[in-house]
Every structure is written in structure tokens, then in C-alpha cells.
Ligand binder design. Structure first.
Ligand SMILES: [Zn+2]
Ligand SMILES: [Zn+2]
Length: 201
């Protein structure tokens, strides 16, 4: 690539692919050697948020995902490894308050050229279970890897804290901020209140 590149330690080299302009970070096979290269970039979160919008709306991302990756060739395969750092805005499953959830995900993907013949679905699945994947043509879709790993790192049930007390099932007050008016007033159900209160009409 640049004549200066070999003089710099791999970790200090930053490569912003020209292909990133369309919103997807892709590496061309021509850019990938057996000697690891470093890739540090910010992944935009529009795709991530679009994927999350189809779910339970428990998470969204306000800021770009930061990726620190090394990539190299191993025979016909391409290895992409490193870390992804992000912060999700999560909605607590118990108290419904939003909180900031740091997401730090290690990535290690071994990508093989996708076989030309139609692949048996089961074979493909087990390969992906083992952390192996495929790439198509002569491009590695790094954005895809980063997005997938970030999504998979999100807990299925976000909690603002392990000890979150949630909402009162009766009045809906957030019990993390203190006991609600239902607590200790000796009234067992809201219907009891209705029975003792004179009708207003
Ligand atoms: Zn909570
Ligand atoms: Zn209550």
C-alpha cells in the first residue's frame, strides 16, 4: 500500500478504506496479506438501529461503534480479530428506565471463500457455530462482522442493575426511588380503595 507502511508498527497504522464511503467497511482481498494489518474505524449505527427496530425496542445506539481490528490471510482464509467498543442506550426490563450499557465485544472470525457449489444449509450453520464464516467474491464485509458481533453481545433482558426493584405492579411507581404509596398502607388491592371511597357522580 503506502511505501511508509512497512516502517510503522502494525498497531499504529490506521487504514480507512475508500470503500467505507458507502457506509459499509469492506476490505478487498488485494489489501490483505499474511502480515497482520490494523484497522481502526467508527462503524455508523444506522444498520444496527434498523435491525434493533425490528425487535423489542430494548436497545438503540446513539454513537458510532468503535472497532479495533487486525486482519490477515491464512492460506485461503482471512482472519479478522480484535475488539469492538460501543455504548447502547438500553431500556431496563424491570423499571423501564433508560440506562447506558457499555458493550465491549471480542471478535475473532475466520472467513473462508464461499464454495461455488450450493452449500448444504446444515454444513454452513455448523461452520458458523464454530466461529467460521464465508466471504463472497473478493471482499470482506467488516461492517457485517462488527454489526453481528455487537448485536449478539446484547443481553436478552437488559437490567439497569442486578438489584433493580422494578415497578410497583399496582401503581406503577419506580421502586428504585423508594417505596410507593401502596407499601404498608394496609390496602390489599386498588379495588379495596374503590369500595371505601364514596362514589363521585
Ligand atoms: Zn431497572
Ligand atoms: Zn405502588
Amino acid at each position: 500500500m503506502t511505501p511508509l507502511a512497512p516502517l510503522l508498527p502494525a498497531s499504529s497504522r490506521r487504514l480507512y478504506s475508500a470503500l467505507h464511503a458507502d457506509g459499509d467497511m469492506k476490505l478487498h482481498l488485494d489489501q490483505i496479506d499474511e502480515a497482520p494489518k490494523h484497522l481502526s474505524y467508527e462503524e455508523e449505527v444506522a444498520d444496527l438501529n434498523a435491525r434493533l427496530d425490528t425487535g423489542a425496542h430494548e436497545y438503540r445506539f446513539a454513537d458510532p461503534v468503535h472497532a479495533e481490528l487486525d486482519y490477515y490471510r491464512a492460506g485461503d482464509d482471512v482472519v479478522v480479530e480484535g475488539d469492538v467498543h460501543a455504548a447502547a442506550v438500553a431500556t431496563c426490563a424491570r423499571c423501564a428506565e433508560e440506562f447506558r450499557l457499555p458493550v465491549d465485544v471480542p471478535i475473532r472470525a475466520v472467513l473462508a471463500p464461499r464454495p461455488a457449489a450450493p452449500e448444504d444449509d446444515d454444513v454452513e450453520l455448523s461452520a458458523e457455530d464454530m466461529g467460521l464464516g464465508f466471504f463472497d467474491g473478493d471482499e470482506i464485509d467488516v461492517s457485517d462482522l462488527v454489526t453481528e458481533h455487537t448485536l449478539l453481545a446484547l443481553p436478552t433482558r437488559p437490567l439497569c442493575s442486578e438489584g433493580c426493584r422494578g415497578l410497583c405492579a399496582r401503581c406503577g411507581a419506580n421502586l428504585n426511588t423508594g417505596p410507593c404509596r401502596c407499601a404498608g398502607d394496609g390496602v390489599d388491592s386498588p379495588f379495596a380503595v374503590l369500595r371505601t371511597r364514596p362514589r363521585e357522580s
